[in-house]
Write a protein that binds this ligand. Sequence first.
Ligand SMILES: Nc1ncnc2c1ncn2[C@@H]1O[C@H](COP(=O)(O)OP(=O)(O)OP(=O)(O)O)[C@@H](O)[C@H]1O
Length: 219
Amino acid sequence: MLRVDVTKQLGEFSLEAKFESQGRVTGLFGASGAGKTSLINMIAGLLRPDRGIIALDDETLDDTSNGVHVPPHRRRIGYVFQDARLFPHFNVRQNLDYGRRMNRLAEDSAQRARITDLLDIAHLLDRRPGQLSGGERQRVALGRALLSRPRLLLMDEPLGSLDESRKEEILPYLVRLRDEGIPMVYVSHDAAELRQLATQIVMLKRGRVTALGGVKVLT
Ligand SMILES: Nc1ncnc2c1ncn2[C@@H]1O[C@H](COP(=O)(O)OP(=O)(O)OP(=O)(O)O)[C@@H](O)[C@H]1O
């Protein structure tokens, strides 16, 4: 379970968000500037709340009243950005291996084969990111996040930079990931996308949670 109860002032913008999610895919929905990225950056540990608590299952990741702040690399949280942010000088195999090495996990070739199959990227292992399409790059970014064995996967508009046909190409993979059982927080301003993927919705407007519930709150 993910529990968030935080406040943060960013210049003129104030974020005050409280929600709990048991959902497999928590869809964070809101217009541009609503505070979605700031909120998931706090869950990732990249941005510290001014006040409040973030907890994942039975672990407290932030608790400002007790001075608790677990640094990002200790959270075991995967993050997939709108632009894949692969390492350009590494090939796909090396990019995939990065999260595992950073987390000092043992090599697990069976797991890598399973993930590369799941995402249909096994034939791309020797290529560099510059030799991939946008959709392929995003599938590699998903694979890299998954292979770090995260307890939670954060996705910030992972389809945002893709055109409609590429989006259609990736969505089925995201549905497969949902069924893998790793909980996800999925940021989007696209209600149709969230209807297909999310199991629970947190709606944000100007830094406040305005609705919580199933995908029907999107209507
Ligand atoms: N470091 C900062 N200093 C000042 N203002 C900031 C800072 N970071 C974010 N903001 C402001 O906070 C608001 C929320 O930004 P945020 O990126 O979280 O929104 P978002 O919902 O993710 O938007 P988008 O969908 O456009 O990415 C915006 O008005 C932004 O300008």
